[in-house]
Design a protein around this ligand. Sequence first.
Ligand SMILES: [Zn+2]
Length: 178
Amino acid sequence: MPAQQSHLQPAVLQNSVVVFSKNYLPLARINIKRAIVLLVTGQAESLELGNPTTWEVRSPSMVLQVSEHIRLTGGNPERLWKVPPVNRREVLRRDNHTCQYCGSTKHLTIDHVIPRSRGGSHTWDNVVTACERCNSLKGNQLPHDANMIPRTKPKAPAHPAVAFAEQFWKAQQTREEG
Ligand SMILES: [Zn+2]
């Protein structure tokens, strides 16, 4: 083995790999060591997608080609995810811990866009993060009466893999354009 390769090894292990689901949905970026475990145990295979970089990883007993993109061979991890329940923690997380009326990040509460007293439901499309001040200003009024419309139309949070996929494809595009 050329000397150059052996001292490349530690650097190789700093790389990360994008793992795709069986259905070719990019799921997450993982450490190359985790990718190696998946490849060696047959839980994943290299994926030739968009000319990925390939790294050669050597151990005393084997040489493994690790692609920058790997694909899980079994399971369907995206099906394990369920829409989270509508509660304070999840709503604040979806809204990036920001009041959807004034942008404040302090004293946050949940506001029902159509107030519950007016028949509004406790569902993802009717709850937003609001600071105490905005919440009490709005009170029991409808959004238009209070002249308070949420900055982002509320909806159920996206599957984390879908959110990751959007970022991934955007990054790929920038790479190709650049
Ligand atoms: Zn506010």
